[in-house]
Design a protein around this ligand. Structure first.
Ligand SMILES: Cc1cc2nc3c(=O)[nH]c(=O)nc-3n(C[C@H](O)[C@H](O)[C@H](O)COP(=O)(O)O)c2cc1C
Length: 244
């Protein structure tokens, strides 16, 4: 079975998505990974980018396609019309990508992949970040985890003569604050701070907007399979396989 995995720039459900696709790979599924520009950055911030190689190890139908290297017309998405994949999975799917799909927009690697998959009659599965499944209308509050940040209340930048986290950072990403566009989530800085000012994975509350919840409902109306969490992909694909 060949599956296209589309990753968008969400921290929420990202680690769980990576874990799920590792399991699918272990089950012998061939996975091509399509990475949005934002996902490329966010995967790095959470230290997950190197995991992609374990899931899509190279070779035909097991490539990692980065949106930043794909031009504006995304020719690789033509594979969906050629029926190379049994399914397309977007996990996690940002509110941004869900909104575009719900509006019929296809101007990014992932939205174009979904558009062509639908035109090619390939099943599409989406795991949205901004939807509360146990509420009447999809709105409500979610908990998510932040990437690495410096707690400025705890940091003693002005008193410290040297900043050990800045010294150990292999990406030169720390000077008073963390430049997340340089950070690759290696976490070497965390134990280096004598005051414990660097935190990773801090839990934050996110209120789902009505517009985002409505867009998810639109996906369902469009015939897209909306899943609650990345782990649900395993069962959905197993069902698909048993029907073939
Ligand atoms: C650390 C970090 C985490 C993010 N997490 C989410 C998220 O969980 N859900 C979401 O909708 N957007 C999230 N975003 C914002 C998206 O990356 C942003 O909307 C981007 O334009 C999405 O582009 P894409 O849909 O093409 O991947 C996050 C951004 C950052 C920097």
């Amino acid at each position: 079975m060949n599956v296209a995995w589309c990753v968008t720039g969400a921290g929420h459900l990202l680690k769980e998505s990576v874990e799920t696709f590792k399991r699918l790979k272990e089950q012998g599924v061939r996975i091509t990974t399509f990475v949005s520009r934002a996902a490329e950055e966010v995967l790095r911030m959470y230290g997950l980018f190197p995991q992609l190689e374990k899931i899509s190890s190279g070779g035909y139908l097991e490539e990692v396609f980065l949106e930043s290297e794909q031009g504006a017309s995304f020719p690789k998405a033509g594979r969906f019309l050629l029926k190379k994949y049994s399914a397309v999975v977007v996990s996690p799917a940002t509110a941004n990508t869900v909104a575009k799909i719900a509006s019929g927009i296809a101007d990014s690697l992932v939205t174009n992949a979904v558009s062509l998959a639908m035109k090619g009659d390939i099943p599409v599965f989406v795991v949205p970040t901004d939807f509360v499944f146990d509420s009447d209308d999809g709105t409500g509050v979610l908990r998510s985890k932040m990437p690495y940040t410096i707690d400025r209340e705890v940091c003693r930048t002005h008193e410290c003569k040297r900043c050990p986290p800045a010294e150990v950072c292999p990406k030169n990403a720390i000077s008073g604050q963390i430049d997340l566009l340089r950070c690759d989530g290696c976490a070497l800085c965390v134990p280096a701070c004598p005051y414990g000012a660097i935190r990773g994975g801090e839990s934050v509350e996110i209120r789902v907007r009505k517009v985002d919840a409505r867009n998810v409902l639109t996906l369902i109306e469009m015939g897209i399979h909306v899943l609650r969490e990345p782990g649900d992909i395993l069962e959905a694909l197993a069902t698909l396989r048993s029907r073939r």
